[in-house]
Ligand binder design. Structure first.
Ligand code: NDP
Ligand code: 13P
Length: 306
């Protein structure tokens, strides 16, 4: 929808032919009910047709990115920009999204799009600003020109890792924020949790050489603020359910669930302390109860604020 609004010729690919046919007939994606698909958007289940594009946005969940790109790789021309929109880190390999793309389709140019942007808001044409990063600044700037419009404002960057870390970490921290809300711990606790969560995100980013302005920018602090603000975030909603002792919302992808253990492994391997992320991973795995996790966080030794 964004690319069509920016004046591009767009093909939307769905892996399931019936699903693609239903979207084409209804001119609406059931995942975004009530938002009509622009007339100009072609819908296909033919991957080769989609792969002929000048650039592609790939929007499958993080743990399925490698499989999807491997499927796509034989169809892609050398140098095609492939923009990852998933926010996560691959299990087992600890790879970030652009690294997964580079391994699965070495001939393409990988980029990452991230930042505070609920799909529903973006598709409705509400004002949104995001970060689009690629190692090659000219490519990042060209993709911004191709996708930007009066309602969608991407900023270009070459800090790929900084953008990827912000997007992956904020989902885990949003689960923690939801837990705080679900347990009725109060607005002060929510502010403290979000702020100390941000300190973790920054520590991990620094360990990977991320730039300060990326971590305090749209894809870092910006997305953390959005996702820790309320249940429109599926990660926050998952945390809310956990905090209330309810089952996790069915059929709603909460990437932080999958990112939490791998984020903790990655941080540990770099000697970076991420106590909030650790608490989320421990709660999700059943290693700690929520009450024990809260106590563990509050009883850490007092220290200088950093
Ligand atoms: N929704 C949002 O507001 C935002 C989401 N993101 C990120 O985008 C990523 C995807 O999220 P979202 O779109 O919400 O997730 P959804 O679960 O709504 O949709 C996932 C899509 O990926 C497809 N898919 C799933 N597995 C595979 C696979 N193995 N091969 C090919 N296609 C597959 C699904 O196809 P099918 O319909 O056939 O199952 C579906 O179209 C996540 O990393 C999320 O963090 C980022 C910013 C905002
Ligand atoms: O990444 C998002 C907003 O920027 C979407 O957040 P959720 O996946 O938590 O809904």
């Amino acid at each position: 929808a964004v690319a069509a609004r920016a004046g591009r010729d767009v093909t939307l690919y769905a892996r399931d032919a019936d699903h693609a046919a239903r979207i084409a007939a209804a001119r609406e994606n059931p995942r975004l009910p009530g938002i009509p698909l622009a007339d100009s958007i072609a819908v296909t289940a033919d991957l080769a047709q989609a792969a002929g594009a000048d650039a592609m946005l790939i929007v499958v969940p993080a743990q399925h990115l490698r499989g999807a790109v491997m499927h796509l790789a034989p169809l892609l021309a050398h140098g095609t920009p492939l923009v990852a929109c998933a926010k996560g880190i691959e299990h087992g390999t600890h790879k970030f999204m652009t690294e997964v793309i580079a391994e699965a389709a070495p001939q393409v140019r990988a980029a990452i799009l991230s930042g505070p942007s609920f799909a529903d808001d973006v598709a409705r044409g509400l004002p949104t600003a995001v970060t689009l990063a690629a190692p090659d600044e000219a490519l990042a700037a060209a993709l911004v020109q191709a996708l930007g419009s009066a309602t969608f404002r991407p900023y270009h960057s070459t800090d790929v890792r900084g953008v990827e870390i912000g997007g992956a970490a904020k989902n885990v921290l949003a689960i923690a924020a939801g837990i705080v809300a679900g347990r009725n711990l109060g607005a002060s606790a929510l502010a403290a949790l979000t702020t100390r969560g941000f300190a973790e995100l920054v520590r991990l980013g620094r360990a990977f050489g991320a730039r300060g302005e990326t971590l305090t920018g749209l894809s870092g602090l910006g997305d953390l603020i959005l996702s820790c603000a309320g249940p429109q975030s599926r990660n926050f909603a998952a945390g809310l359910a956990l905090g209330r002792g309810e089952p996790l919302p069915a059929g709603k992808l909460a990437e932080g669930q999958y990112t939490a253990p791998v984020l903790v492994e990655l941080a540990t391997s770099r000697g970076v302390e991420m106590p909030v992320a650790q608490a989320v991973a421990a709660i999700l795995s059943g290693a700690l109860t929520i009450d024990a996790a809260i106590e563990t966080l509050m009883m850490r030794p007092f220290k200088a604020e950093e």
